[in-house]
Design a protein around this ligand. Sequence first.
Ligand SMILES: *Cc1c(COP(=O)(O)O)cnc(C)c1O
Length: 449
Amino acid sequence: MDWFYELPNLTKSDPEIAALIKKEVERWEFGLQLIPSENYASPALLEALGSVLTNKYAEGYPRKRYYSGFEFVDPIETIAIERAKKAFGVPHANVQPYSGSPANMAIYLATCNPGDVIMGLNLPDGGHLTHGWKTSVSGMFYKSVPYHVNENGYIDMEEVRSLAQQHRPRLIWVGATAYTREFDFEAFGKIADDVGAYLVADMSHVTGLILAGVHKSPVDHVHLIMTTTHKTLRGPRGAMILVTKKGLDKDPELADKIDRAVFPGLQGGPHEHQIAATAVALGEALKPEFREHGAQIVKNAKALASSLTDNGLKLVSGGTDNHLILIDLTPFGAGKGIFASEALEAAGIFVNKNTIPNDPSTPFYPSGIRLGTPALTTRGMKEGEMAQIGEWIAAVINETRVYELPEKEQRAEYLKKFRAEIKANSAIGRVKDNVKALCSMFPFYTGRA
Ligand SMILES: *Cc1c(COP(=O)(O)O)cnc(C)c1O
């Protein structure tokens, strides 16, 4: 058994935290993880992440630091940078952003002035908070002009083009957190060039697919790329900003501007344990096996999508091109995502409730379920398992059809009753047993003796 499950020192010094971490390892082991932004970090990567590198203060960049003691840390950060440049085919990489949202803030800081017009996919249509949504600083400091998906669930490129020409944005985002189709980076590139805008691919969700060669890379069409490292890349929580050749052609100082925006503009000392783990993740993604893994993620998503529709569920855009699926629950009524997601959790199946385009309900009580296949694919599951899992998901959701979201004042009481009934529901109990049995056949952490 590995140290990250045994936790020999922590169990002695802080049994309360140790016990909860062990329970969480078991949740990853015996549940079906279908949240599309989550994944299994490898045991090797966890060793880098849990290392003494967390002790080091490293403000600055390799060979340009403020403190001493960089004999080993500088080569680590340099390896991460070089692997990122090689993996994505870019001339410059910054691996220091703490996570995706601060990385996007650094991009604004490097390229925009407060009050500039920016464009991104509308949040309820699948976009990210940091692409100009009103509750994010990106929607407060910049003038946000969102674009949308059409009635078929695809990004409306005509709208993108006309909004860009009308509003002349400084920056356009292409990327999403809940979008099931491939991005047309080339078309976005032409639109951005026509209006002189910076084009940034925020490919956080699909990085693994792009590195595996399953989706086309944005690298020739955008000026900057942001990617989180913890989603399909299977790394630690973190992010990278990549400057493309096209970006340097537009602004030869763009790489320096990005570096200065990350530090000292926005952040202090980088997390070198996280950067070492990012290097490990990139090393894993550069291996030939990763191409097969990426292809399998999409095969699995298509198999799961077919199984869900065969079992009577409606999907936004009717299916998927990537790792992600959005179930539209409006045929059963508005605001039913909470019932579906909690009932699935009771069965050991983890998904998230999510808004769907033109959602008739609210973000906390949305009408959709978002799920995806990256984590199950990492465990080694294939199309056969996906067909089975789709049946189970449909069966569990079917048990929640009778529940209707009441008015605000009655919600707490109603949800309490719902949770008690779900716990006692025998059909859901049977799915839970089946889930556990399936997971036992695909050990990832505790199964390593
Ligand atoms: C996940 C994600 C982010 C933000 O990442 P955090 O690490 O959660 O801050 C930004 N953009 C997109 C498209 C994402 O999917």
